[in-house]
Design a protein around this ligand. Structure first.
Ligand code: SF4
Ligand code: SF4
Length: 310
């Protein structure tokens, strides 16, 4: 059976994806130039992997030589829960970014992408693809924009008019031809709420985030010390930071509760700073085994907890 956009959309929706778009597998000259500029400014901090495989990021045919289309998928992870504030020093809590409140999205989405590939191959054995969830040399946000999932906000997250920016993106590179979606207009307009609200001034320009200043990078990917210049600027974030997305009017208006039960908070919405400081490697492993929080490692969390207490 010949696959159509409609068939892919139906199958992806049955699996729980909220938005699905299609783009032609063309090269990305402008976007690659922006990436190179960003790297040249050192805004990637210690994330050296961002500078590797540029030729694959530029042209997905360097990943899948017979690629014809890129399918972008978005899954909503918003839940109507908010952080608890605890002002008592002895029971002080560190805030965790929304994306890490439930089970690790990689585990959930990898499984769903495998099922999607299987389903589509059953319908047409000629369908071939390679799938990515926020890993590998693929510019997920660029493809989401090209595939009409949403526009790139000034905070550099993709925003959908239907559900806001609390979405996990995945990218499917395929040998199959589809009808291509129209990119969405940029609706940021004259708004600068995210830029104004960022406590560390990490959005150094519209659409440009300097990871060296971003709480998200500093508390998760960063392996070194957190510079003392950021003292008292972390607003109690111990893992990640959601401020620029929390203040975005599109999230205030259009966020809707996810259907995915696994993204509901599972005891990791906040973490006690004292508990982290006393945590053993064994407890860390047990507690965060299937959580994105394990990415920061125990040493990283301990560093963050002591930094918040400084
Ligand atoms: S995640 Fe936080 S620190 Fe990073 S740009 Fe957004 S508001 Fe600023
Ligand atoms: S807060 Fe305003 S400027 Fe920032 S991404 Fe949202 S709409 Fe765009």
């Amino acid at each position: 059976m010949k696959l159509t956009n409609q068939i892919v959309i139906e199958k992806a929706k049955e699996l729980g994806f909220d938005l699905i778009g299609f783009a032609s597998a063309q090269t990305l000259p402008d976007e690659t130039e922006h990436l190179k500029e960003w790297l040249a400014n050192g805004y990637h901090a210690s994330m050296d992997y961002m500078s590797r495989n540029i030729e694959k990021r530029f042209d997905v045919k360097n990943i899948l030589p017979y690629a014809r289309s890129v399918i972008s998928l978005a899954m909503n992870y918003y839940t109507e829960n908010h952080h608890k504030i605890e002002s008592n020093e002895s029971t002080r809590l560190g805030k965790v970014s929304r994306y890490a409140w439930g089970k690790d999205y990689h585990l959930i989405i990898w499984e769903k992408l495998e099922l999607l590939e299987e389903e589509l191959q059953k319908l047409d054995p000629a369908f071939e693809c390679l799938t990515y969830v926020d890993t590998g040399p693929v510019m997920d946000k660029v493809w989401a924009k090209r595939a009409g999932i949403g526009w790139l906000g000034k905070h550099t997250n993709i925003i959908s008019r239907e559900i806001g920016s609390w979405v996990f993106l995945s990218t499917v590179i395929t040998n199959y031809e589809f009808e291509y979606s129209k990119p969405v207009t940029d609706y940021c307009g004259s708004c600068t709420a995210c830029i104004d609200a960022c406590p560390t001034k990490a959005i150094v320009n519209e659409f440009v985030v300097d990871a060296n200043k971003c709480i998200s990078f500093l508390t998760i990917e960063n392996k070194g010390e957190i510079p003392a210049t950021f003292k008292n600027q972390f607003d109690d974030w111990i893992f990640g930071c959601d401020i620029c997305q929390d203040v975005c009017p599109w999230n205030k208006k259009f966020s809707i509760h996810t259907y995915q039960k696994e993204f509901e908070p599972s005891g990791n919405k906040e973490i006690s700073l004292n508990e982290i400081e006393e945590m053993t490697a064994e407890i860390f492993k047990q507690r965060f085994e299937t959580s994105p929080i394990k990415r920061a490692k125990l040493n990283g969390l301990k560093r963050n907890a002591s930094f918040l207490k400084m």
